[in-house]
Design a protein around this ligand. Structure first.
Ligand SMILES: Nc1nc2c(c(=O)[nH]1)N(C=O)[C@@H](CNc1ccc(C(=O)N[C@@H](CCC(=O)O)C(=O)O)cc1)CN2
Ligand SMILES: Nc1nc2c(ncn2[C@@H]2O[C@H](COP(=O)(O)OP(=O)(O)OP(=O)(O)O)[C@@H](O)[C@H]2O)c(=O)[nH]1
Ligand SMILES: [Mg+2]
Length: 435
C-alpha cells in the first residue's frame, strides 16, 4: 500500500481523529477527522469523496474488508468547524467497529487527537477566539439551563465584543499618548491629556464594575455554601433537609460528622454546593481535630457560611458575612430578629430557604452586561485594570504609554488576539504624524 508514504510526504500539520460521541452502548458513534489528509483518507475508506456537506451512506472499506455501513460527511476547509478539511463518519456504535475504523485511520496516516485539539485548531484558524473556545467547553459541560444560556451567549461572542471594545478604546488612548511622547513640543492641546485621562478613568470604572459582577462564575461553578457551627446543633440534619435525602449521618452524639460532606443542590436554577462540616470544638481526638481543621478551611473558602447555633448557644460569628441560624426552635424559640429553623419538617427550614433564595436573587440580579465566567477572565481583567490605574498615576508619559500597552496586552490575551500592528495604523491614522 502506498497510503502511509503519501501521508508522510504531505503537509506538516498532522491529521487528527477522535470519537466525538461518548463511549458506552449506543445507536450511533461519530468519528471525527480533521487535517490536510482528510480528503485522501475519506476517499480511500469510502471509495470516493461525496459532495461537500451532504450526508451520504457508504460502505467503509479498508484492506479489502468492509468495516461498517456509515453515514459520512465531507466538510472541506476553510468552511468547517476547525477551518481545515474535515470529515465525519457516523458509525454503528459497536466497540469493534470503532476499533477497526480507528486502526484504519491510523494506518492511513491520522493520529488520535488530544483533548480540545479540534477547537484549538478552530482558534488557530481564526474561526473562534479564546473566549468562544472556552464557551464551547462550557456548552459541553452545561448541566443547568442557566449554564447553557450563558455559554451559548459567550460562544456567540458577547464577551469577546465587550473586551474588544475596551481594547479598541485603550488603543485610541495609547495612540494619543504616543503622540504626546513623540511630539512633546508640538502644539498638542492640554485637553488631549485631560480627555485621555478621562477615558482611562471611564475604562477603569467599567472594568471594576464588570469585575464586581459575580453572576457568570456563580452560574458556571455554583455557589459554595458551608454549614458550620458547634457539634450537635443540627448541621447534618439541615443538609439532609435541604437536599431531600440522607446524605449525611445524623445521631444524637456530638462529634458525628468528621469528613466534610458535599451535596450539589439546585435552587432557582443555580447550583449550590452545600458542604456539611465537623462540629467545631476543642478536642483531643486526632481524627476529629483533622475534621475540624478541614471544616475551618471550608469556612474560609466558602461563598457563604451558614453559622448554625443551637438553643442558648452564644458563639461568636465565624465569618463577617456568615448567616447566623438558630436551630431546634421547636425546643427553644428563636430570639427576636433571628433566622430560626427546625429540621424535622419542610416548613421548619422554609425561612432559611427563603434567605438562600434571596442571596441567589441578589447575586444574580446585579447588572445587565454579559458577565465574566472564569477565574482566567477575572485575573486578566484585574491585570488590565491595575495597569490602567498605574497609567493614570504615571509620573512620565513613557511610563504611562508602557502601562497602557500592558493593559492592552492583558486584554488581548483574554481574547487571544494581541495585535501590535493595528496600533501603528491607529497612531498614523489619527494624528497625521507623517504630514
Ligand atoms: N454532526 C455534528 N454535529 C454538531 C457539530 C459537528 O461538528 N458535527 N458541532 C461541532 O461542534 C456543533 C455544531 N457546530 C458547528 C459549527 C460549525 C460547523 C461548520 O462546519 N460550519 C461551516 C459549514 C456550515 C455550512 O455552511 O454547511 C460554516 O460555518 O461555514 C459545524 C458545526 C454541534 N453539532
Ligand atoms: N429537636 C430537634 N432536634 C434536632 C433538630 N435538628 C437536629 N436535631 C437532632 O440533633 C441531633 C444532632 O443532629 P446532627 O444533624 O447530627 O447535628 P450536627 O450539627 O451535624 O452534629 P455533629 O456532626 O456532631 O457536629 C440529632 O439527634 C438530631 O435528630 C431540630 O430541629 N429539632
Ligand atoms: Mg453532623
Amino acid at each position: 500500500m502506498e497510503a502511509p508514504m503519501t501521508a508522510s510526504m504531505s503537509s506538516q500539520t498532522p491529521t487528527i481523529f477522535a470519537l466525538a460521541t461518548g463511549l458506552g452502548r449506543a445507536a450511533i458513534a461519530v468519528m471525527r477527522l480533521s487535517g490536510p489528509q482528510s480528503a485522501f483518507i475519506l476517499e480511500s475508506l469510502a471509495g470516493s469523496l461525496p459532495a461537500p456537506r451532504y450526508a451520504s451512506l457508504r460502505s467503509l472499506r479498508h484492506d479489502g474488508e468492509v468495516l461498517d455501513q456509515a453515514l459520512i460527511l465531507w466538510l472541506p476547509g476553510p468552511r468547517s468547524y476547525t477551518g481545515e478539511d474535515s470529515a465525519e463518519l457516523h458509525l454503528h456504535a459497536g466497540p469493534a467497529i470503532i476499533e477497526s475504523v480507528a486502526q484504519a485511520l491510523v494506518s492511513l496516516g491520522a493520529r488520535p487527537a488530544e483533548p480540545g485539539e479540534f477547537t484549538r485548531r478552530a482558534v488557530q484558524a481564526g474561526r473562534l477566539d479564546l473566549l468562544q473556545a472556552e464557551a464551547i467547553a462550557d456548552l459541553v459541560d452545561a448541566e443547568t439551563q442557566a449554564q447553557r444560556k450563558q455559554a451559548l451567549a459567550q460562544a456567540d461572542g458577547v464577551l469577546s465584543t465587550l473586551y474588544q471594545g475596551w481594547s479598541q478604546r485603550l488603543r485610541q488612548v495609547l495612540a494619543q499618548q504616543e503622540a504626546l511622547i513623540d511630539f512633546p513640543d508640538e502644539e498638542l492641546p492640554a485637553e488631549v491629556e485631560e480627555a485621555l485621562l478621562g477615558e482611562c478613568r471611564a475604562l477603569g470604572h467599567e472594568m471594576s464594575e464588570h469585575l464586581k459582577d459575580e453572576r457568570g462564575e456563580i452560574t458556571r461553578e455554583g455557589l459554595t455554601v458551608v454549614i458550620a457551627g458547634a457539634p450537635n446543633v443540627g448541621k447534618s440534619s439541615l443538609l439532609n433537609a435541604l437536599c431531600g435525602h440522607d446524605a449525611a449521618i445524623v445521631t444524637q452524639k456530638a462529634g458525628t460528622t468528621r469528613d466534610a460532606i458535599s451535596v450539589d443542590w439546585m435552587l432557582d436554577g443555580i447550583k449550590l454546593r452545600l458542604i456539611d462540616t465537623a462540629g467545631l470544638r476543642e478536642t483531643d481526638d486526632e481524627i476529629e481535630a483533622e475534621g475540624i481543621r478541614r471544616a475551618m478551611r471550608h469556612v474560609e473558602k466558602a461563598d457563604r457560611v451558614l453559622h448554625l447555633v443551637g438553643p442558648g448557644d452564644d458563639a461568636e460569628t465565624l465569618a463577617p458575612d456568615a448567616i447566623r441560624v438558630r436551630t431546634k426552635i421547636d425546643l427553644v424559640p428563636a430570639l427576636e430578629g433571628e433566622i430560626g429553623i427546625h429540621t424535622q419538617s419542610p416548613e421548619g427550614i422554609a425561612p432559611l430557604r427563603a434567605i438562600l433564595s434571596d442571596v441567589v436573587k441578589t447575586l444574580m440580579n446585579q447588572r445587565a452586561a454579559p458577565p465574566l465566567t472564569r477565574a482566567r477572565h477575572r485575573a486578566g481583567l484585574e491585570e488590565a485594570r491595575d495597569h490602567l490605574e498605574r497609567a493614570m498615576s504615571a509620573p512620565w508619559p513613557e511610563i504611562r504609554g508602557e502601562e497602557l500597552r500592558l493593559a492592552m496586552r492583558a486584554l488581548g490575551r483574554l481574547t487571544g488576539h494581541v495585535d501590535v500592528e493595528a496600533l501603528l495604523d491607529t497612531i498614523f491614522g489619527q494624528f497625521c504624524i507623517g504630514k
